[in-house]
Design a protein around this ligand. Sequence first.
Ligand code: SAH
Ligand code: MG
Length: 215
Amino acid sequence: MTDVLAAFEAAKGFMPLDEGLALHAAAKEATAGPATPGLPLLEVGTYCGRSTILLADAARSAGTVVVTVDHHRGSEEQQPGWEYHDTSLVDPATGVMDTLPEFRRTLHAAGLEEHVVAVVGRSPQVARLWRQPLAMVFVDGGHTDEHANADYEGWAPLIAEGGLLVVHDVFPDPADGGQAPYRIYRRALDSGAFAEESATGSLRVLRRGPGSLAL
Ligand code: SAH
Ligand code: MG
């Protein structure tokens, strides 16, 4: 675990350690707990793999995998001129963002390549192809309402009963950040299909109850 945490702290990205530990604990519980043992984990929003390595460590312990989905072109706020832009992540050959090489370096450094399936694509397109029930879905992709709602609608129905929905960047107060992740978190609770398990910083962990999910 020390190696994994060192790799997490060395990776590019913005997730603080306390939220990372909460994410790791949720992934451990989802993959090893009685409700969804051995089912895969799914992440929307790979970026440079900072959160992926925590999910991969949990997957390794449980003999399963984490599937991580990203088009690797960055979100709105990561584009040139925006607050979260990192010029070192621009591909000089194309002049556009490409976080895939840095993600692969992160995973290699952490020694976790075997436990991760990386899908390069848009979250709704990948979700439409997906059938397998999931132990946990971690939503940390695009933060517009359009993207956040599409992530929720595409992936939340695939969470197995007893599995977890984890949403990052949930800010109930608009002064702290954008509201789209908060709105899908509310949407999940208001559906009646999910109940809150824990909150750490902007990370919310919800558990899927029995019955179908009305979108
Ligand atoms: N989970 C990462 C951070 C993810 S940042 C960490 O904790 O380090 C958000 C990522 O979502 C960006 O890399 C961006 O390219 C990706 N993204 C945004 N909208 C997307 C979409 N519709 N489909 C796939 N990836 C998307
Ligand atoms: Mg985030």
